[in-house]
Design a binder for this molecule. Structure first.
Ligand SMILES: NC(=O)c1ccc[n+]([C@@H]2O[C@H](COP(=O)([O-])OP(=O)(O)OC[C@H]3O[C@@H](n4cnc5c(N)ncnc54)[C@H](OP(=O)(O)O)[C@@H]3O)[C@@H](O)[C@H]2O)c1
Length: 275
């Protein structure tokens, strides 16, 4: 993809993560463009990444193979309508990272059956360990499919969804997921402190344990349930703790929490879209 031109609309956190990842992956600086209305942020983008930054969206996307929409979701419709003619004429692939905005709406704002990829990354993309789900509409070619995947892979792992409706479940699992783990970390740290550990010791032990458990689960051929059973000796300390969590119906709590997130994702999609 090194010869491809990739243009970003919106120079905020997500665009900066993707640009950083693409440059680290060896994408030439000359093939990256960005539109950002704020002059100071534009200067910072030029200084930090050595890429071209423009005030006007239309200038930034000129000749682009892929246009990445990285503005807040409520702005997406207006941004697309302004650029629709140019995007269709150039036959650029549109990739949206805007939470909740559906492909069918983006294609309709573009004025027809334009190629659109919807991506749902999560905040660990900011440290290049994101988990992104992608969905492509029927107008996306095989080459554009690969281009979209290579862009999002610059900030972590990617999976493709066969059905856009699954984006609500993805939002519930990985989109909002980092916050569930942060909440668990807060609770474990507080419990450690309540038993006499210093705040720093409780914090470090909690975070390193979370990282180690995730790494073990990723590297193991066994599922999480088997890994848990292997470290839970009958009558031992882990069994005493997991019994309390099971008595509190942890699995049921997660099921209800994720269902609430998916329901809200669906409502937001309805609020942001026309279709
Ligand atoms: N951050 C994440 O981890 C994450 C995760 C998943 C999805 N996303 C999605 O990524 C998108 C961007 O999020 P973000 O966190 O990067 O937001 P952000 O930091 O607010 O960045 C958006 C940038 O776009 C600029 N902008 C506003 N209007 C514009 C326009 N008409 N044309 C061009 N640029 C414009 C904004 O400038 P002003 O501030 O001056 O308005 C800002 O610099 C959102 O749709 C969000 O749903 C983000």
């Amino acid at each position: 993809m090194s010869e491809k031109i990739i243009a970003f609309i919106g120079g905020g956190n997500m665009a900066r993560s993707l640009i950083g990842g693409l440059i680290a992956d060896g994408h030439p600086h000359a093939g990256l463009r960005i539109a950002e209305p704020d002059a100071r942020r534009r200067e910072a983008l030029i200084e930090d990444f050595g890429i071209q930054a423009f005030e006007e969206n239309a200038t930034a996307i000129r000749g682009a193979d892929a246009v990445i929409l990285a503005v807040k979701p409520p702005l997406i419709a207006d941004v697309i309508r302004d650029l629709a003619g140019q995007i269709r004429e150039q036959e650029s692939l549109v990739i949206s990272v805007a939470a909740g905005v559906r492909c069918v709406d983006i294609a309709s704002w573009l004025g027809g059956d334009a190629p659109v990829v919807r991506a749902m990354p999560n905040t660990p993309a900011l440290v290049q360990t994101g988990a992104t789900a992608l969905y492509a509409n029927e107008a996306v070619t095989a080459g554009q499919h690969d281009l979209a995947e290579s862009i999002l892979r610059a900030v972590g792992m990617v999976v493709w969804l066969p059905d856009e409706q699954q984006m609500d479940a993805v939002t519930a699992v990985s989109g909002s997921g980092p916050a569930y783990f942060f909440l668990t970390m807060e609770a474990m740290q507080a419990a450690g402190e309540s038993m006499g550990l210093s705040s720093e010791t409780a914090r470090l032990l909690t975070l390193e344990t979370a990282l180690g458990a995730a790494r073990m689960a990723l590297e193991s051929s066994e599922d999480a349930a088997s890994l848990r059973q292997r470290v839970t000796s009958p009558g031992g300390t882990t069994a005493a703790a997991t019994q309390v969590l099971e008595d509190g119906d942890l699995a049921g709590l997660y099921r209800r929490a994720l269902q609430a997130a998916a329901r809200r994702a669906h409502e937001i999609g309805d609020e942001l879209g026309d279709q």
